[in-house]
Design a protein around this ligand. Sequence first.
Ligand SMILES: Nc1ncnc2c1ncn2[C@@H]1O[C@H](COP(=O)(O)OP(=O)(O)OP(=O)(O)O)[C@@H](O)[C@H]1O
Length: 250
Amino acid sequence: MIELDNLTVRRGATVALDGISCRIPEGRLTAIIGPNGAGKSTLLHAMAGLIRPEAGRVRVSGLDVAQARERERARLIALLPQSNAAVPRLTVRELVAFGRWPHHRGRPRAADRRATEEAIARFDLGPLAGREVETLSGGQRQRAFLAMAYAQETPWMLLDEPLAALDPRYTRDIMERLRDISGERGVLIVLHDLSIAARHADWCVALKGGKLQAAGPKDETLTSARLSSLYETPLRVARIEGRAVVIDAA
Ligand SMILES: Nc1ncnc2c1ncn2[C@@H]1O[C@H](COP(=O)(O)OP(=O)(O)OP(=O)(O)O)[C@@H](O)[C@H]1O
């Protein structure tokens, strides 16, 4: 479980998170939603222990991340930040292998190579494994970074908008893979596409202006009234061919 208790984080002059308290269960796919500037990225960084709270606490599987050593955190939490604009001059395999660093600290063993190959297979990167990351398309690159986070083999994966560069087929494909993974690990994913959240997530955390608006099972949190108020625009949760779809009802 991830436990947030009165979590308050300041970034510059902004109170980016304001007294957030909630629980996020493991073994679920949790969508973090909210308008631009709501504090979603800040929340992931605070959960990963990369930003110190001004007040309150984050515990991940019982570990107080602000107090924990970097190595302990890296074995518990993999964070994939929003932009991977700066791409290292590595092949896909080397990049994915980098996810093993917290485990071997420069001396990879057989278990590390196995985990790397498993991550490459899980994200369908076999044919691209020998290519340099900078020669890949945006969507292929995104999958390579996801595989790197997966290779870290942490109980928690925190993913900040990992679908941004993906086409519809890969969006569905990656969400289905993340769903499978969420049976073994907690997966938290910042999403702007609410229909994707409605279709694939189990749990939802909604933020606005640094404040928690809702946290709970998807069916309770992704409602027309709540989404319209969250985004300050009329939105409707409709059902098309049996699936929940969020439409602009303005
Ligand atoms: N390094 C920083 N210095 C100052 N303010 C910051 C910094 N990073 C974020 N903020 C502010 O903190 C607030 C929350 O930002 P955050 O990036 O967490 O929002 P977000 O919900 O992820 O937004 P988006 O959907 O646009 O990516 C915003 O008001 C933002 O301007």
